[in-house]
Design a protein around this ligand. Structure first.
Ligand SMILES: CC(C)(COP(=O)(O)OP(=O)(O)OC[C@H]1O[C@@H](n2cnc3c(N)ncnc32)[C@H](O)[C@@H]1OP(=O)(O)O)[C@@H](O)C(=O)NCCC(=O)NCCS
Length: 152
């Protein structure tokens, strides 16, 4: 398995994986719909991030994409106390799960963060994703906020 940045030529392969990743988010309560339009937007955004040197990476077996992380740092002109990378999304194909692919992707992305001077990585985990919370706490992460939602 290799880990490398997303490429424009990956887009057709990424779209169905992104639809599935969006479906996992939707099942946990996200508003973003798991359709091809949204997946295409994320695929194009991810390629632009990768081309800009952000850790938007995929794990590949030859030409086959097994999974990805879509991380990027904020480039707003704001004064910040530490440089942050946003761990926007991670996904591994069902047939490639439970073999450490997600952790390998996170490790590779983390190394790129360190090389770019990033000091903290932050990202959302749904409260219902107790396995994810457990995994991130095991890796040394701590919760900083709870997102609230209300019907109007
Ligand atoms: C979550 C996911 C990326 C884990 O990929 P993976 O390659 O199987 O994970 P690894 O083998 O590196 O991780 C080791 C364990 O930690 C769990 N884990 C790692 N990251 C996780 C996460 N973000 N959420 C839940 N569980 C996670 C894995 O399920 C695996 O559990 P196991 O002990 O039952 O095998 C994969 O199951 C997936 O794509 N799920 C759908 C999308 C999703 O939930 N993304 C994460 C959003 S926070």
């Amino acid at each position: 398995m290799d880990i490398r940045p997303w490429r424009a030529t990956d887009i057709p392969q990424l779209i169905p994986l992104l639809v599935d990743a969006l479906a996992a988010g939707a099942a946990r309560g996200e508003a973003i719909i798991a359709d091809e339009h949204n997946a295409t937007f994320y695929a194009q955004l991810g390629v632009a991030q990768a081309e800009g040197g952000h850790p938007t990476l995929c794990a590949v077996d030859g030409e086959d994409i097994l999974g990805f992380v879509m991380w990027s740092w904020c480039e707003l002109p704001l004064h910040v106390a530490w440089k942050v990378c946003f761990a926007g999304n991670s996904y591994v194909r069902p047939d490639a799960r439970h073999r450490g692919v997600a952790n390998a992707l996170r490790q590779a992305a983390g190394l790129r963060c360190r090389a770019a001077g990033v000091e903290r990585i932050i990202g959302p985990v749904h409260l219902v994703n107790t396995r994810g919370i457990q995994e991130f706490v095991r890796q040394g992460a701590w919760p900083t906020s709870v997102q609230m939602e209300v019907l109007v």
